[in-house]
Write a protein of this length. Structure first.
Length: 184
């Protein structure tokens, strides 16, 4: 896995050994960031369920001002720290080694994020829990773009009832990216 574009272009990133994380492939990451590019310049980026940090690091490399990485796996956190240091992007990143909902609570009233990306373990309903929490949270507003990486079969028909507008869904062979914004 590598950084595709920007300041840290072509740098190889470490990944967590084993099956505890699913690094987003370079091809899918490139497609995702082609869609996100207009949103990234000077944005505040939140990377939930960060794994090795590849998504947040790509955002920083491509012009995000600041990124918060949330990951509870200590081995993955070590990987994120090493990747931030190696890419020389550490001063623009903050790592929270804790459960996602605990991290979200700790971020309350500390500013609004422009982009929130989450790649939770598949088929556990965690994306819905996070979306339900974020609906009443101070860390997003109607302009925040939320991207969820999920299994192809994950149902988002509840999104509007939960207070979100589904902007688009980009499907790949085994997963998809769903783009949402909070309803006013």
């Amino acid at each position: 896995m590598r950084v595709i574009a920007g300041k840290a272009r072509r740098l190889q990133l470490k990944t967590v050994p084993g099956l505890d994380t699913r690094p987003t492939t370079d091809r899918i990451k490139e497609t995702l960031f082609n869609i996100l590019q207009p949103e990234l310049l000077d944005c505040r980026f939140l990377d939930l369920f960060s794994g090795s940090g590849g998504i947040g690091i790509e955002a920083l490399s491509r012009g995000a001002q600041y990124a918060v990485f949330v990951e509870k796996n200590p081995r993955a956190c070590t990987c994120i720290r090493e990747n931030l240091s190696f890419t020389k992007l550490a001063e623009n990143g903050k790592l929270l080694n804790m459960d996602v909902l605990q991290a979200l609570r700790s971020l309350e009233h500390k500013g609004v994020f422009d982009c929130v990306f989450m790649d939770p373990p598949y088929n556990q309903g965690l994306e819905r829990q996070v979306l339900e929490y974020l609906r009443e949270s101070s860390i997003i507003d109607e302009n925040t773009l939320i991207i969820v990486e999920a299994d192809l079969k994950t149902d988002f028909s509840y999104a509007e009832d939960t207070g979100y507008r589904l902007l688009r869904s980009k499907e790949y062979k085994t997963n998809k990216h769903v783009f949402l914004k909070k309803l006013p």
